[in-house]
Design a protein around this ligand. Structure first.
Ligand SMILES: Nc1ncnc2c1ncn2[C@@H]1O[C@H](COP(=O)(O)OP(=O)(O)O)[C@@H](O)[C@H]1O
Ligand SMILES: [Mg+2]
Length: 277
């Protein structure tokens, strides 16, 4: 089953093509993660899936229907997106921001309802930002602000959730909290999650499906267990690494080589082991 499909999709800015003739299927009810080096087109592709960027050529289908022929509110009831580095108008409070997630359900005849309120309160609570609801978005720390945007995206209550680097700016605890939350939304409620993640090891841990982007197209895609190899990491990132097994969950884990740090790190680890014993 597919949630989103692209056909011969070409994307770019002015005369420059960033993605070329891409046929991509995003599986329904799964977690898909885009990986690739800086500037390869992950954000460009994600934006186009939400119709925030018009294709140069080809099309994007949402639930079998061309998104160009779907109304903005219809799209927003099916799909929410948190773009990379979003900005809020000055003075907007966290509560006001999160409430904006409910706009697809508002109209002149349908005022703010109990369901809207529940969705907003739920989003504030699960992202851990209820205590900041009266603060302005611009007064928050990077990580708190990130969680406020994630809350707005969740308040939209859509079957498909797109997130561009949702864990950037978050400390490790909050990274895991957000990824666990998205994983629960996927497993318990069948939501389709599509995200860009920089941390390859978290990508391997949480993704059902990884799409590795390189050279204006998809270099490889599939189950992380099957596709993540040192060869793939070298081709996509130009990085030499070892791929081993994540001791916590068994997913592939990439350990990059570096020049001087190898033995020093090994010695430090050995020292810590001794101290722990
Ligand atoms: N609004 C824009 N105008 C012109 N070029 C852009 C714009 N946004 C992104 N680009 C360029 O498109 C390429 C892909 O960018 P992006 O999709 O943001 O990469 P990624 O998210 O993979 O790091 C980069 O070379 C970037 O500089
Ligand atoms: Mg990006």
């Amino acid at each position: 089953m597919k949630a989103i499909q692209t056909e011969q999709l070409s994307l770019g800015y002015k005369d420059e093509l960033i993605i070329e003739e891409l046929d991509l299927t995003i599986p329904k009810g799964e977690i898909t993660v885009f990986i690739g080096s800086n500037g390869c087109g992950k954000s460009t592709l994600l934006k186009s899936l939400a119709r925030l960027l018009k294709p140069k050529d080809g099309s994007v289908e949402l639930d079998g229907k061309d998104i160009d022929k779907t109304s903005t509110k219809d799209i927003a009831r099916q799909l929410a997106i948190m773009p990379q580095s979003p900005t809020a108008p000055e003075g907007l409070t966290v509560l006001q921001l999160v409430k904006q997630g409910r706009y697809p359900y508002q109209s002149w005849y349908r005022q703010w309802s109990e369901k809207d309120e529940e969705a907003v309160q739920y989003a504030l609570e699960v992202t851990g930002i209820k205590e900041f609801e009266d603060r302005t978005v611009d007064s928050l720390s990077g990580g708190q602000r990130q969680r406020a945007w994630i809350a707005m995206t969740l308040a939209q209550d859509t079957d498909i959730i797109l997130l561009d680097e949702p864990t950037t700016f978050l400390d490790l605890t909050h990274q895991i909290d957000i990824l666990d939350l998205l994983s629960d939304l996927n497993e318990q409620e069948g939501r389709t999650i599509v995200m860009v993640l920089h941390d390859l090891n978290l990508a391997c841990r949480y993704a059902d499906h990884i799409v590795a982007i390189e050279g204006k197209s998809v270099f490889e895609q599939g189950d992380p267990d099957e596709i993540i190899t040192p060869q793939l990491i070298h081709s996509v990132f130009g990085l030499q690494c070892q791929v081993t097994c994540d001791p916590i969950c068994g997913a592939p884990m990439c350990i990059p080589y570096s020049k001087q740090r190898q033995m020093k790190g090994a010695n430090r680890y050995a020292t810590q082991q001794v101290q722990a014993n």
